[in-house]
Design a protein around this ligand. Structure first.
Ligand code: HEC
Length: 499
């Protein structure tokens, strides 16, 4: 080991690399909040690792995407754990990047000389959001399909370029195979290259500039503004001084980083193991009744759009995110006062508070509006044509006026029969054969049934069979794991009706 090290050192000068990377001095007084950046980096590595394995099994076409995800969930060793970690890792990235930015913002660390690195940070935030948006579509389930439909529609409201933007995103006018291929390419090729590259730059700059000293240290006796010609000199002296009395990067700082990163990764494993990634019913472009819900970190924005009147929507949909990113990008340039602690920056404090409260309120509003529907209900394969015909009949015959499916009932409710059973998981209770007989003539099963008979002439046997087959696909919210427990009891054969 030592021999190899020496051999390499001769050629690559490892010692000086070690010196720049590890033997650096850091200012004293760095907090646990300073570990958020490296925790984000750790999760990024987790995302790359799990992502590579997932990509080995995933197939980016509408015909196979859903099945390949199911294969990962059920057949691949630890597949569901890996997918769970990747799913929760995406949320963790968003949380950590935002938390890290808030830390940098509250400590004024984006000020001289770190303006450029702040801008790279804003770019990283946008890329992480783009990762979330493109990754969400890949499972090609209902949730994925309809959320992306909404997301791309929002892009379409942009003035002038809206139409082009939608076509560009979808790879055509409709959301389909081209969209999936496009999102896949972005998610596994373009975005990782961009994010990886910018992360590297971000880190190189961090290593060169060191971590900003605590605000107090850099405020004392400072010139009022960072564009004061004296400021650079002041800063260099102060920083050198704080470093001299500081701590070593290795092992003092890095120990904290490793502790936090390990805790975050453990949490991801636990979330992935016990909460998984979930999979809705397969995408069904004909089911426009589906209530789309984007990933949680887009919810405040989604909710905001619901509140604005239609005429303002395109303005808000494009304007708000653009404005937010612009403000973040320009922040280090219009805020050049040398004061750094948040408590002495009333405008910064109010803005941060305002944005946080607004997001929390919008998020809360969105959660309280959350429909009970939209739970996966159907068996895990795209509906066959017979089953699909059954679903159409279910609507046409007003079955939904009495029966709810996953809490969803037809608008014209039948007030006389308020207690008809929910059919959400009827496919777990009865076979299609039993349901066929039942729908044909319920009185054979319950003499006082309140359900009308649908046997001929109302519906043909073929149509009843379609209905029964469709109902057999309804397997409740846990269809992926649920096992049917049929409780079919047929009436005595040939029992003539006495009426
Ligand atoms: C007027 C209200 C009404 C309409 C319309 C109606 N049902 Fe029913 N259905 C009921 C009631 C009430 C029950 C409960 C048992 C009973 O009274 O027969 C029931 C029971 C059922 C059951 C058995 C559920 C179980 O758990 O045993 C199935 C299956 C069913 N209905 C399917 C349908 C289908 C399919 C349609 C449309 C073609 C339909 N129903 C239309 C009222 C209705």
């Amino acid at each position: 080991m030592g021999a190899i090290g020496r051999w390499l050192d001769k050629r690559l000068d490892l010692a000086s690399i070690r010196k720049t990377l590890l033997d650096r001095k850091m200012p004293a007084g760095l907090t646990w909040w300073h570990t958020l950046g490296s925790a984000t980096l750790a999760v990024f590595v987790v995302q790359i690792t799990t992502g590579i394995v997932l990509a080995m099994y995933y197939s980016p076409s509408p015909d196979h995407a859903y099945d390949s995800i199911r294969f990962i969930e059920r057949t691949v060793a630890s597949g569901s754990l890996l997918r769970g970690i990747h799913h929760w890792g995406a949320s963790a990235m968003v949380v950590l990047v935002v938390a890290h930015m808030i830390r940098v913002f509250t400590m004024g660390s984006y000020k001289y000389p770190r303006e450029a690195n702040w801008i790279l940070g804003v770019a990283l935030l946008c890329l992480v959001m783009a990762f979330g948006f493109t990754g969400y579509l890949l499972p090609w389930d209902q949730k994925a399909y309809w959320a992306t439909q909404v997301g791309t529609n929002i892009a379409g409201t942009a003035p002038v370029i809206g139409g082009t933007l939608v076509t560009l995103l979808r790879g055509g006018s409709q959301l389909g195979a081209a969209t999936l291929a496009r999102f896949f390419a972005l998610h596994v090729l373009l975005l990782p290259i961009l994010l990886g590259g910018i992360v590297m730059l971000h880190l190189v700059i961090v290593v060169r500039q060191g971590i900003a000293a605590p605000p107090k240290v850099l405020e004392e006796d400072a010139p009022g503004r960072t564009d004061d010609p004296q400021y650079a000199q002041f800063y260099d002296a102060k920083y050198a001084q704080s470093k001299a009395s500081g701590v070593r990067f290795w092992p003092d700082i890095i120990a904290k980083d490793i502790i936090v990163a390990t805790a975050v990764i453990l949490l991801l494993v636990i979330l992935g193991r016990f909460f998984g990634a979930g999979l809705d019913a397969p995408a069904d472009p004909t089911d426009s009744a589906y209530v789309p819900r984007p990933e949680w970190y887009f919810l405040p924005f989604f909710q905001l759009l619901k509140f604005v009147p239609g005429s303002m929507e395109s303005f808000v949909a494009i304007g708000v995110p653009t404005l937010l990113v612009l403000v973040l990008l320009l922040l280090p340039f219009f805020d050049r006062r040398s004061i750094r602690s948040l408590v002495h920056r009333p405008i910064a404090l109010t803005s941060l508070g305002g944005v946080t409260v607004a997001c929390a309120l919008l998020f809360g509003a969105s959660m309280s509006e959350a429909p009970h529907t939209g739970i996966p209900q159907e068996v895990g394969h795209p509906l066959t044509s017979t089953e699909r015909a059954g679903r159409v009949l279910f609507d046409q015959q007003q079955c939904g006026s009495c029966h709810a499916i996953a809490g969803r009932k037809a608008p014209e409710k039948n007030a006389d029969v308020p207690d008809a059973p929910e059919l959400t998981d009827i496919g777990l209770k009865h076979t299609a054969g039993w349901m066929h007989s039942y729908i044909e003539d319920p009185t054979r099963f319950h003499p006082d049934s309140k359900m009308p008979a649908f046997g001929p002439p109302t519906l043909s046997h073929q149509e009843i069979e379609e209905l029964a087959q469709y109902l057999a696909t309804l397997r409740g919210p846990h269809w992926a794991t649920a096992q049917p427990e049929f409780r079919d009891t047929f009436p005595e054969p040939v029992k003539p009706k006495e009426k």
